[in-house]
Ligand binder design. Structure first.
Ligand SMILES: [Zn+2]
Length: 219
């Protein structure tokens, strides 16, 4: 046993004496604030070490002076996050399957709801914005936004974030159909023409060709 550990034990033997001022201070804070801050903050506030604070809290709980904390709810896993996230459990082909379920109906809504300004932005993007640094993903995001459904836009962004990660992970980030530009134009023209059927169909055609390219390469 090291000398340090030895001292800790002796310190623990005198618990009652050491802890009394700490437990009193904790109860004062509890009475003042109606609740206790997180351990780290409480230890800072009392200017004591965490382990001493923990012993004081345990002692108070043993006495029934403090409620026993409920188990902390598990923090939900982040939606993405490289190796630790959902991207690890899926693949680009699965992501495309999901996009096929989500994006054609959004294009249909966009044909009804897009503002003239949104349509102008979509046109500007396909007319040269992509070359000027805009990306195809921007167009898909614009269409999701133009659907007028804020939740759909958020979900679309989540799917695209995962899409980006899984494609990077299999080095498929830049795979796209040869006629990408024409397909984008067909979608935008259908939206601009206020033709929901055509917009939905054009988006489906476009996503199906991306799906085909990815499936051919990744199986
Ligand atoms: Zn596209």
């Amino acid at each position: 046993m090291s000398k340090g550990a030895d001292q800790t034990v002796r310190f623990a033997d005198k618990d009652g004496d050491d802890l009394a001022p700490v437990t009193e201070a904790i109860l004062r804070i509890q009475a003042q604030d109606g609740s206790l801050p997180a351990e780290r903050a409480l230890a800072d506030r009392l200017n004591i070490k965490r382990h001493l604070l923990r012993r004081a809290l345990l002692a108070l709980r043993d006495r029934g002076a403090l409620p026993t904390p409920l188990p902390r709810p598990r923090r939900p896993q982040p939606t993405t996050g490289g190796a630790g996230g959902i991207a690890r459990d899926t693949n680009p082909v699965e992501v495309m399957e999901l996009r096929l379920m989500v994006e054609p109906p959004l294009a249909r809504l966009a044909a009804v709801r897009a503002t003239p300004n949104q349509i102008a932005q979509m046109r500007a993007l396909i007319e040269g914005g992509v070359r000027q640094g805009g990306s195809a993903a921007d167009l898909h995001r614009m269409i999701a936004a133009a659907s007028g459904n804020a939740l759909a836009r958020v979900i679309h962004d989540m799917i695209r974030t995962i899409d980006h990660e899984v494609r990077e992970s299999v080095h498929a980030a830049n795979l796209r159909p040869a006629n990408d530009a024409d397909e984008h134009r067909a979608i935008v023209e259908a939206i601009a023409g206020r033709d929901p059927e055509a917009a939905e169909a054009a988006m489906r055609v476009h996503l199906t060709s991306i799906h085909r390219v990815l499936s051919a390469i990744l199986g």
